[in-house]
Design a protein around this ligand. Structure first.
Ligand code: AMP
Ligand code: MG
Length: 347
């Protein structure tokens, strides 16, 4: 009888482990498991700090791959967004729930920033070609021609039948500023559904933390030094279960005559935005918000960006200027530690 009961408990436990994919947090320290992949045009690293089946990593990467296949505007592929840009001119085309959600969020941040952030920036991004071999300063006449094609108000969404359309031929929707954040949120969901409670998701340096470190302490996320090699940090952000996403002029750029032309374009001029900032890092619960807001506040500049974030519930930010001053919003002063003495904190 007693033996039978033990067997039953063991079976139940085995079923639990199988169902969840990962063992509930063991008291002993477990070697972190890390898997890397290249998706969404960037290096994706998932590190799980519990014992876990390989299948969980696969599910996570499959989810990102599905998102990429829906949202890319890389001409070598097909996607819902490529279809919308080509065939959705004054004609509704069907899109998935995923694409709808990201478009909706993109339009939300475009509206909130009054068009500093604008997901219809794609034709201007393609004109500049930044990050490719063909990157060059375009003919100013071409820039003027493309400018009217950048206007998020010409994107129409219909939630009731999951369709989208655009009002202008030649307009290109580009979700590059928020798709990675959405993918990170979805990976987190997959990990949680599979019983993972302690993990780090990195999409090209944009970090989403799942839970806390196995010993209960916060994660220590490095904030990239915009003037140094990738992986060289200027400070450390301590977070639990939150996202830390950075945008800056150091990510993709070319230089000509001492000027840095980077990948974040000001929709009011058609040129890479040029203000006192070199980077912004956003701390938020949801990574798509961090991704949208890091690009948005970078475009807004220091003063407007700081004020903007201070007025948003649950969002914090660290702004770094070209002259190496570091500004933090009020809720993050204890969590951020400057580690590189070339920079100076401005209170
Ligand atoms: P991120 O690295 O998240 O700051 O996003 C940069 C990417 O967003 C660029 O590579 C473009 O694809 C896109 N982008 C550039 N300028 C803008 C803009 N003004 N609004 C929205 N997306 C933009
Ligand atoms: Mg972004």
């Amino acid at each position: 009888m007693y033996k039978k009961k033990i067997k039953k408990i063991a079976l139940l436990l085995a079923a639990f482990i199988f169902l969840t994919g990962c063992q509930a947090s063991a008291p002993k320290a477990v070697e972190p498991q890390k898997r890397t992949n290249f998706l969404l045009g960037t290096i994706i690293e998932i590190t799980i700090f519990e014992e876990c089946e390989d299948a969980v990593f696969q599910k996570a990467f499959d989810r990102i791959s599905k998102i990429e296949k829906k949202m890319t505007i890389n001409n070598a592929q097909t996607s819902e967004i490529i279809n919308l840009n080509a065939n959705g001119i004054n004609r509704p085309v069907s899109i998935s729930e995923d694409t709808f959600q990201v478009l909706e969020k993109g339009i939300y941040y475009s509206t909130l920033s009054n068009g500093s952030f604008d997901i219809s920036i794609g034709s201007m991004v393609k004109l500049w070609n930044i990050g490719t071999d063909q990157a060059a300063i375009p003919d100013p006449v071409e820039i003027q021609k493309i400018l009217p094609l950048v206007n998020y108000k010409d994107i129409i969404l219909n939630k009731s039948n999951l369709t989208a359309q655009i009002r202008q031929e030649g307009m290109i929707i580009d979700l590059g500023a928020i798709a990675k954040g959405y993918a990170a949120d979805e990976v987190k969901r997959v990990l949680l559904e599979n019983g993972v409670s302690s993990a780090i998701i990195s999409l090209g340096g944009n970090i989403l933390c799942v839970g806390e470190k196995p010993d209960g302490s916060p994660w220590r996320v490095g904030v990239q030094n915009p003037f140094d090699l990738r992986g060289e940090y200027l400070g450390i952000m301590e977070v639990k279960d939150q996202s830390v996403v950075s945008s800056g002029d150091y990510e993709r750029y070319f230089e000509k005559d001492g000027v840095r032309y980077h990948h974040i374009i000001d929709p009011s001029t058609g040129y890479p935005c040029n203000n006192e900032l070199t980077s912004v890092s956003i701390i938020s619960d949801i990574s798509i918000d961090g991704d949208g807001l890091s690009t948005t506040t970078f475009l807004m500049g220091l003063e407007k960006g700081m004020e903007f974030v201070e007025n948003l519930e649950g969002i914090e930010a660290v702004f770094v200027t070209k002259d190496k001053n570091v500004y933090r919003t009020s809720g993050v002063k204890d969590a951020f530690t400057l580690t590189n003495k070339e920079f100076k904190i401005v209170e």
